[in-house]
Design a protein around this ligand. Structure first.
Ligand code: SF4
Length: 366
């Protein structure tokens, strides 16, 4: 049996479903479907990168999200794709035995392992507020980071401190990039992050032997390149100035925009509206279920700006779906059609600015 057949068999899916997954992963990474065969080869390779997974100050929600999707393929793939040498929650061993695994793996895989850190790192008082095996996590991260092939900070806590760093931040909690200032750290923020974003990042590294394109905060641009507000299904309501102003009120029941309830979608970059969560279909993400986005993937927004504070729309952007243009249905790109399309973008941008202005000025959206 080939490596590929063995992997597919372990996953309990057929070849068609497997290739569909590889194509979807290519698309999620912003690549064309032609990258799917290379992704399939990397995913089914017998060379699995060793992964050392550390826990700092956190709730283990990132691990839970990663390993407990409703559909088993994703967690199987994650565990099949990597060799999880050390993970404090999942380790079969404990105490000295677990510590032995950690040090052995680092010694044998120097320069080859992927270091994943989940949770914030407290730096106050020498990092005494989070210790494993009697050693501050601060020291462990500083020691292992430079020896890794790549460092991934998973979740908002590891990316920039998360809830632990909320004022008054008694333990001096910071993210991994603050601790490892001299080496690149990939951040995959979210509370929790979407498992596919982690998986796609690892697959990109395995397939192309390099990190994906990152933004200035270390986030893969394929997942965090767009504002939530650009792809939100409630966006037509925002553009039309229809806002929910109370939970359970008429506007809320009708699915109107949640901007006035403090939605941070206009200032938060993430692909939540398109990835959705738990593989249960449309609407399965916070805004889809009627809760305003609280900005967990954006540094200095989630856990820092109060939930019901309205976002300032600094850079109005058109929505992904142009608003209706008086019943006109463009057919093909004629000169007139191009004019309509151009006008639609203008209308969207104008509507966005007007809706923001209207929301700021009035409080009677319902
Ligand atoms: Fe969606 Fe929030 Fe933007 Fe409204 S403000 S369109 S609910 S992201």
């Amino acid at each position: 049996m080939s490596d590929r057949d063995a992997t597919i068999s372990r996953l309990g899916i057929n070849r068609r479903e497997f290739m569909k997954f590889c194509t979807a992963t290519a698309t999620a990474m912003g690549l064309s479907a032609s990258a799917a065969p290379r992704i399939a080869a990397a995913v089914t390779s017998s060379k699995r990168p060793p992964v050392i997974w550390l826990h700092g100050q956190e709730c283990t929600g990132c691990t839970e999200s990663l390993l407990r999707p409703s559909h088993p393929t994703l967690d199987n793939l994650i565990l099949d794709l990597i060799s999880l040498d050390y993970h404090e929650t999942l380790c079969a061993g404990a105490g000295h035995q677990a510590e032995h695994f950690l040090h052995e793996s680092v010694k044998q895989n120097k320069g080859k392992f992927i270091l994943v850190v989940e949770g914030a790192i407290p730096v106050k008082d020498g990092g005494v507020y989070c210790q494993i095996a009697g050693k501050p996590i601060l020291e462990t991260v500083k020691e292992l980071g430079p020896q890794a092939a790549a460092v991934i900070a998973i979740g908002s806590c590891a990316s920039w401190g998360g809830i632990q760093s909320a004022p008054p931040n008694p333990t001096g909690a910071v993210g991994v990039p603050e601790v490892l200032k001299d080496i690149p750290v990939i951040t995959i923020p979210g509370c929790p992050p979407h498992p596919q974003n982690f998986l796609s990042t690892v697959i990109h590294f395995l397939t192309f032997n390099k990190l994906p394109a990152l933004d200035e905060k270390g986030r893969p641009t394929f997942a965090y390149g767009r504002l939530i507000h650009e792809n939100c299904e409630r966006r037509p309501h925002f553009d039309a100035g229809r806002f929910a102003t109370s939970f359970g009120g008429e506007g809320h029941r009708k699915g109107y925009c949640l901007f006035k309830l403090g939605c941070k979608g206009p200032i938060t970059h993430a692909n939540c509206p398109s990835q959705l969560f738990c593989e249960v279909g449309s609407g399965a993400w916070p805004v889809g279920t009627g809760h305003p986005c609280f900005g967990c993937t954006e540094q200095a927004v989630g856990f820092k700006v109060p939930q019901f504070t309205q976002a300032h729309i600094l850079h109005p952007t058109p929505g992904a779906t142009p608003p209706p243009t008086g019943g006109e249905k463009p057919s093909g790109l004629t000169t007139g059609g191009a004019a309509v399309a151009g006008a639609a973008v203008g209308v969207a941008l104008g509507a966005s600015m007007m809706a923001g202005k209207k929301a700021a000025e009035s409080d009677d959206g319902e």
